[in-house]
Design a protein around this ligand. Structure first.
Ligand code: ANZ
Ligand code: ZN
Length: 788
């Protein structure tokens, strides 16, 4: 008899139950499991499939263990691609986004991925962004939001601001024009005020990957050093240095091309205008600055060191960042690699001031700390002591001090883009900057717009811009910048817990649902998204909205899906789409393959034979449960003990997030079922289907229902029978002088003495012994008798 395994039929017959299953309420046992919500691009890929399968599987596991699991899902729906698509396909970003959301929801469904859709949220929905605007206003009122001049990428042909992603090799993505830097007023959040809290918080994240915790710490980048104020004809030039001990080796002062002193220099020498602006024509991102060739320009000005009294030339240099430290550095070619390269290029002198054995200063810098030389009264001091000493002296003469500096900068949240959440600020000629009043929230993003490249839509939208001041009632203008989408995703996990409450951001009765117990997503979000979310959650804690400071107790960063060793992507032409696989195999086989092929944290290599194998396994499972099974009244303690051992392993692997071995474990139990027929057959069948359920839900549910006439949703994770292994008989080999002479059956609970006694009574063993000299016992495996 052939039985046809039709995964689609099985999926469609079980999906309603799976989708609508609401967990029984166990108020003190909750798991909030969250997979990073997707950008609705419309393309559901294997990376999504993997991410959400891991979340679904762990949630089902905890549900069977009696937890109330929240697993909401939503859409990170604002952002640039929608705007680009609007230009390309002449479609409104809203429609494009809505269409994609529907399409992706269909993909979730097809892949048998089930969420608590009752909590669904979409960031471009006014219901959502109303509370985002409210949250921003709380930050503003707590002095955590401010406006300042900041640099953007400017496309001089399209006359528009470009996002970093729109600058390709230094040129605008549409016009191809060389991108310039331009200073405009933008909104910032003072994440720097939370630098210490965020650093301290890192120490509590013991369920995060160590590597991610470290990336967070490095990004915040606490560093201890000195502020030194060099005197000049103008105002003092302040520099920040971590190597104050190398002060006597400074041979120049380098400033950012946008440093105020450059304007002074320009006044004296207008010919500097062109070379100076040339220093500015490159990207603004730090990575970009690191890549570019280091260039400089002497400004014809000098600064004097308050300690050494050395008079140093001032240069503008393209590698000095205006927004780190003071936008100026002392250049120490002998001890800093970057300065060394610069000195070689422009022929600055190299003066060693730290001891070193046989270092060739023509070849490169010597960056170790050590003992000071050629440093007046500081000569002979250890670097660390010298820095502290210098700090004291500088402070005394009012020319600097010891300083803790963070690499972290304030978070620029302004985007000069249409498709984003409007920043709820009004500019009034009489009152200044005024947040929109609560009754008027949300500030709606207008939808009656026309797309033209090079035009700022909101700035051109009269009825959006013109408004009245909430304070004085006079005519005023709205802010036209929108929020960076990182802001949208910095608090969504808390909004999920509100259940969509229209009257407040978060109902306090929902606090117990927080924090997120397990957050699952790609390693590409290891820094910014997580840092911003942590900052916003700390703030929400500080204003009493939530009880927890850290938003995500455990973090699981899933690996990439590769094919032939490279990332699967459309551009590489090696895409395998979940939907074409679904056609062929159904979702259970795809889920099993992805879980089995690698532990969640590691990259997963795509393989056709792998998924074929899973499909065959499921066919066998189906066949087993669809055909009359052989029964037996035979007790077999060994079989039962083996099953218990595997079950214990599987449970532990779930706790360790080792989902690949949970699949292997379920397969082992199935092999036992197929090969043995014992009195406990039915119990083992139950154990098998329950352990398979989180991994391949449809077939497990189907077989359980059919076979036991019960819903697997009412089942509980089987408890491990810890007695089974102790009472199961085990076979032990007996050797005499290293030669195998017999096999005995004992109980795991037998003592060594009992086992040795049984061994020596075994007839064939007995035959070979005269006098026993020594017994070596390897528990559960071997007795070796040394005898004459
Ligand atoms: C002199 C010096 C000598 C430096 C030496 C290093 C080695 P962290 O640890 O990241 O804080 N720096 C300071 N402000 C800068 C800016 N705005 N743009 C670019 N570079 C800047 O690094 C601090 C070091 O980075 C400072 O110490 C300064 O160079 C540089 F042997 O000063 B140092
Ligand atoms: Zn006003």
């Amino acid at each position: 008899m052939t039985i046809n395994y039709d995964p689609h039929l099985i999926q469609s017959s079980t999906k309603d139950q799976l989708a609508n299953h609401q967990p029984a309420d166990c108020s003190n046992k909750k798991k909030y499991i969250l997979a990073m919500f997707p950008y609705p691009s419309g393309q559901f890929h294997m990376g999504h499939a993997r991410n959400y399968t891991i979340a679904n599987t762990l949630s089902d596991y905890y549900r069977l263990n009696g937890f109330k699991c929240y697993m909401p899902m939503g859409w990170d729906a604002f952002g640039l691609p929608a705007e680009n698509a609007a230009i390309k396909h002449k479609k409104h970003p809203k429609d494009w986004t809505q269409g994609n959301i529907q399409q992706m929801k269909g993909s979730f469904d097809q892949m048998g991925l089930y969420f608590n859709w009752g909590y669904e949220l979409t960031t471009c929905d006014p219901e959502y962004y109303k509370w985002q605007q409210w949250l921003f206003i709380q930050m503003y009122q707590n002095n955590l939001a401010y406006q300042k001049q900041a640099t953007v990428n400017w496309d001089p042909v399209d006359q528009t601001v470009l996002a970093n992603e729109q600058v390709i090799d230094g040129r605008g993505w549409r016009s191809g024009a060389l991108v310039e830097r331009k200073e405009i007023k933008q909104w910032f959040l003072k994440i720097t005020q939370y630098a210490d809290k965020l650093l301290d918080g890192c120490k509590t994240l013991d369920k995060w990957p160590e590597q991610v915790r470290q990336m967070q710490e490095n990004w915040i980048g606490r560093s201890e050093g000195l502020d030194i104020h060099f005197s000049s004809d103008q105002e003092d030039i302040k520099v920040y240095t971590t190597r104050g001990d190398t002060l006597f080796g400074a041979t120049a002062i380098m400033v950012a091309p946008t440093h105020p002193i450059c304007k002074e220099a320009l006044k004296r020498d207008p010919k500097l205008a062109d070379p100076l602006s040339e220093l500015m024509t490159s990207g603004v991102s730090e990575a970009e600055i690191e890549k570019q060739e280091k260039k400089g320009l002497p400004l014809g000005l000098y600064a004097t060191c308050p300690i050494s009294n050395n008079k140093l030339p001032i240069w503008a240099a393209n590698y000095v960042l205006m927004d780190y430290g003071h936008g100026a550095v002392m250049c120490v070619p002998a001890h800093c690699e970057r300065d060394h390269a610069f000195a070689k290029k422009y022929d600055l002198s190299i003066q060693p001031v730290i001891t070193s054995e046989q270092h060739d200063y023509e070849q490169g810098a010597m960056s170790e700390m050590g003992q000071l030389i050629h440093s007046n009264e500081y000569t002979g001091l250890e670097s660390k002591d010298a820095i502290i000493q210098l700090g004291k002296v500088l402070q005394k003469i009012n020319k600097g001090q010891l300083k803790t500096q963070y690499r972290l900068r304030d978070w620029g949240i302004s985007r000069q883009r249409y498709w984003g959440c409007p920043i709820p600020i009004i500019h009034c000629d009489h009152c200044g900057i005024i947040p929109e009043s609560f009754e008027n929230l949300p500030v709606m993003l207008p939808t009656d717009i026309e797309f033209e490249p090079g035009k700022n839509i909101l700035q051109a939208h009269k009825s959006f811009i013109n408004t009245t001041c909430p304070t004085c009632g006079k005519a005023a203008k709205r802010e036209t910048d929108t929020f960076d989408t990182f802001f949208d995703s910095s608090w969504y996990y808390n909004r999920f817990a509100s259940g969509g409450d229209p009257s407040q951001l978060l109902d306090s009765s929902m606090k117990p649902a927080l924090p997120v117990d397990l957050y699952i997503g790609g390693i590409e979000h290891a820094i910014l998204h997580l840092l911003y979310a942590r900052f916003v959650n700390h703030f929400m804690h500080d204003i009493g909205l939530v009880d927890n400071t850290e938003p995500f107790t455990e973090l699981l960063t899933q690996g990439m899906v590769l094919k032939d060793g490279t990332k699967m992507s459309k551009s590489k032409g090696n895409l395998v789409t979940p939907s074409e696989l679904h056609q062929q195999y159904g979702s259970d086989a795809i889920r099993l393959f992805m879980l089995f092929a690698a532990p969640p944290q590691q990259s997963l290599e795509w393989s056709n034979s792998g998924i074929e194998g899973m499909h065959r396994f499921l066919k066998r499972v189906h066949h087993y449960f669809e055909t009359p099974r052989k029964t037996s009244n035979q007790e077999d303690k060994t079989v039962w003990a083996n099953v218990q051992k595997i079950l214990q392993q599987i449970s532990q692997d779930y706790e360790k997030r080792q989902l690949n071995t949970t699949v292997a474990g379920a397969m082992k139990i199935f092999n036992i079922l197929s090969e043995h027929h014992t009195a406990k057959q039915e119990e083992i069948e139950r154990i098998f289907l329950i352990t398979l359920f989180p991994l391949a839900p449809h077939i497990s549910m189907y077989c359980y229902q059919k076979h036991f006439n019960q819903s697997i949703l009412d089942a509980q994770w089987p408890e491990v029978d810890t007695q089974a292994q102790a009472s199961a008989p085990i076979m032990i080999a007996v050797q005499v002088n290293g030669k195998k002479r017999g096999l005995i059956t004992v109980n795991a609970s037998n003592t060594k003495e009992e086992i040795v006694a049984i061994a020596t009574e075994e007839p064939n063993v007995k035959k070979h012994i005269n006098a026993i000299r020594k017994v070596i016992y390897v528990p559960n495996r071997l007795v070796n008798i040394i005898a004459s």
